[in-house]
Ligand binder design. Structure first.
Ligand code: AHR
Length: 514
């Protein structure tokens, strides 16, 4: 049995979790929208074509803000194609995913879907093939009340009231060679600045996110953030980060350790943003929007695996089937995000339905939860409050993580990953939620947690996600093969708690005042 101790004090906090930390992402990509959230004719579809079975699962998952319409898709998207009478909307080639985009779902439908789901919309503008003025026009169409051509166009389309979209992304992954209209950091910094100016002049209440690197594994990472923020610092509130964890090498210990590179990535971007601030003697703090994160690798390489020939509409691409071990790595990412709640104030799980997603559907058939559904739903439900600094004593292990990007076969050393990865959140009801990942694949772990300042504790609920087969997954025919079970043997004595975590397990323990 492995052992770990955790010391918490209610007074020692990292920061408060912003509700936007629990966001998601929906792109015009594969069956994410068509056959995912939107399927007119499906037995559960409402009058607008929104699948109600999917909406129920979305509400259970609990994303608070959703990014749209891409992703790579946005970098050649004309937002005008997706508004107005559906029968008049053009069909277009989508260069990002080599598909035909029918445009039967667009911005107004997305806003309606968000309202029905109780979600804040986040929109991205195209800075790949379009210019700052078009970005400003998009804000005007969405947010201006009326009395101008574009605001009145929205009203004529049936949306009298402004959409009042607050959060806007200035393009997507503009550093990436695969991006339509990719740019150098200086080129992007200039166009993002000019777009930001027009967008904010159009609506002063909006918040703007500049594109950071499309991954820490990009050769231009860090220099990109520095240059882009030198240009955009006075014009944006946010910088974005993207990470997809992988297990290409079937090296599960390294896969489970890889979330620790997200911690490093976050801390590095914070350092760069604050260095740019220091050079300007500015007290402004740029916040981090981790607006794409997940596990994704099986349907990622080679690029042909993402593309079906013949420019189909909504082909089944990027339909990653998530296993038990994916849920563990994913849980590690959840902990990394929570533990940086002071600066990561927004994050979007990429994505939500069918495409690298916690929710899968069959066209015309049922919807079900993938393994990664559970850690996300628990984070969104129980991660609200003040994240505590966790002092963890635990043995560590070394691994090396393979993280290719394009032609680059990157390998990163992770010299000391603690077997226990944990986040603790003091909830507003006086309780405490613990999110704990046992990364030891063979040994149980006895964890002693001392939680100062909470008085006498009692266990409200303790669950574990684990399975003897790390490659097990939920499928249409076995949709509940992997689901949380009760974690037995939790003992509490005053402010001290002893847990026994099974090997390779994701655990959520909720404590209340006795
Ligand atoms: O989420 C899938 C894709 O991953 C997005 O379109 C892109 O931004 C990223 O490379």
């Amino acid at each position: 049995m492995r052992r770990a101790t955790v010391l918490l004090d209610k007074a020692f906090t990292v920061g408060r979790t912003d509700p936007r930390l629990f966001g998601g992402f929906i792109e015009h990509l594969g069956r994410s929208i068509y056959g995912g959230i939107y399927e007119p004719g499906h037995p559960t579809a409402d009058s607008r074509g929104f699948r109600r079975d999917v909406l129920d699962l979305i509400r259970e998952l609990g994303p608070t803000i959703v990014r749209y319409p891409g992703g790579n898709f946005v970098s050649s998207y004309n937002w005008e194609d997706g508004v107005g009478p559906t029968e008049q909307r053009p069909r277009r080639l989508d260069y990002a995913w080599m598909s035909t985009e029918p445009n039967s779902f667009g911005t107004n439908e997305f806003i309606d879907w968000c309202r029905v789901a109780g979600i804040e919309p986040m929109l991205a503008v195209n800075l790949g093939t379009r210019d700052p003025q078009d970005a400003g026009y998009f804000v005007e169409y969405c947010n201006h009340p009326g009395g101008t051509a574009l605001a009145d166009l929205r009203r004529s389309h049936g949306w009298e009231q402004p959409h009042d979209v607050k959060f806007w992304c200035l393009g997507n992954e503009m550093d990436a060679p695969w991006q339509t209209g990719a740019k150098t950091a200086d080129e992007y910094g200039r166009i993002a600045t000019e777009a930001a100016k027009i967008m904010r002049w159009t609506d002063q209440r909006i918040e703007l996110a500049a594109c950071g690197s499309s991954g820490r594994n990009m050769p231009t990472f860090a220099a990109w953030e520095d240059t882009v923020l030198q240009h955009t610092f006075d014009h944006v509130e946010w910088i974005s980060l993207h990470t997809y964890l992988n297990n290409y090498r079937d090296d599960t210990p390294a896969f489970l350790a890889s979330a620790d590179l997200m911690d490093l990535f976050i801390e590095e971007v914070v350092a760069i943003a604050d260095a740019v601030a220091a050079k300007r003697r500015s007290r402004k703090r740029i916040m981090l929007s981790f607006d794409e994160w997940n596990v994704w690798y099986r349907t990622r390489r080679p690029p042909e695996s993402r593309v079906k020939p013949g420019w189909p509409v909504a082909p089944p691409i990027l339909e990653e089937i998530y296993t038990m071990e994916d849920a563990l790595a994913f849980g590690g990412a959840v902990i990394s995000l929570l533990n940086h709640a002071d600066r990561v104030r927004c994050a979007c799980l990429a994505q939500l339905v069918n495409v690298i997603a916690p929710i899968m559907t069959e066209t015309g058939g049922p919807a079900w939860r993938q393994t990664i559904f559970y850690p996300f739903a628990q984070m969104s439900r129980f991660g609200r409050g003040d994240v505590l600094r966790s002092r963890i004593e635990c043995e560590t292990y070394a691994s090396s993580y393979y993280d290719p990007r394009g032609e680059l076969e990157n390998v990163y050393a992770i010299p000391a990953a603690p077997y226990l990865k944990l986040a603790a959140v003091a909830n507003d009801n006086g309780g405490l939620s613990l999110f704990a990942l046992n990364r030891d694949l063979r040994e149980e772990m006895a964890v002693t947690v001392t939680a100062r300042g909470f008085g006498d504790l009692t266990v409200a609920e303790a669950t574990v996600l684990a399975d003897g087969d790390l490659k097990a997954a939920n499928t249409r025919d076995a949709p509940e093969r992997i689901r949380p079970a009760s974690l037995d043997g939790v003992r509490v004595d005053g402010d001290t708690l002893v847990l026994t975590l099974p090997p390779a397990s994701w655990n959520v323990v909720r404590l209340a005042n006795a």
